[in-house]
Design a protein around this ligand. Sequence first.
Ligand SMILES: Nc1ncnc2c1ncn2[C@@H]1O[C@H](COP(=O)(O)OP(=O)(O)OP(=O)(O)O)[C@@H](O)[C@H]1O
Ligand SMILES: [Mg+2]
Length: 259
Amino acid sequence: MTSIIEKRVCLHRKLANQQEQNSALKADVIQLQALANLGTASYMIAHEINNLLTPLASYADLALQNPEDKLLVEKALRKTVRNCERATKVMESMLAMANGQTNEKENTQLISLVEDVFTCLCRDFAKDGITVEIQIPEGLTVWAVPVQIQQVLMNLILNARDAMLPRGGILTIKAAENADSVCIEVRDTGSGVEPANLENIFKSFFTTKADENSPSGYSGSGLGLAFCKRIIDAHNGCISVESKPGEGSTFQITLPVGE
Ligand SMILES: Nc1ncnc2c1ncn2[C@@H]1O[C@H](COP(=O)(O)OP(=O)(O)OP(=O)(O)O)[C@@H](O)[C@H]1O
Ligand SMILES: [Mg+2]
């Protein structure tokens, strides 16, 4: 009899111990998840800030080489202020996203988002032999976090430019509204994606720009498209690609229309 009671007490103790360990492990998992989120946020912020700083550095350099060109110097300063403001917004939105908070969506004119991205990129595409064609109806709006859609567009436009260097080509940005969604297309006439790579390009760290011999002379981190997908997923939209090596690529984004 005693032995049965003792066994029961012993089992209860074991159970209590296991429950304690379980709670401690759960707390560890929560803490590790928070650290992982912070790691992702740091990567995302570093990547996106780099996108904003790179064109600024070359613009500022140009201004320093031509100090007598007051217009150029003023333009460089204006762009510095603008990109710094954008960098702050990008940081806030990425931190919020990593912390699982929702960023405020709003109805935003798509054309102004696109124009803003080109302003931030600074470098004139015509200098790289790239013709930019924008076919977006004036009043077309998207229900989205503006700074995040700009990040998506910036990454797609930078990839399109890389793919068209050094030969140049045509970059087309189109958009149209359907009954319940807005469809945005970013098309280039660049190198295209090898069929074997198509299924990998949205994965983090997949890049074909790993060496300095890449056509753009720039090495990539393979994060741009992974962030684009993450952002579009967070908007309940979808992003896909069609591409033919040697002919170019078309990235298509579908965003549901808002309230
Ligand atoms: N428009 C495009 N044309 C051809 N290949 C593309 C295009 N966009 C993406 N890719 C391919 O997909 C890969 C992943 O793109 P992603 O933007 O994620 O990374 P990345 O451009 O290599 O580096 P970064 O992190 O600096 O953006 C590229 O390395 C390239 O091989
Ligand atoms: Mg990229």
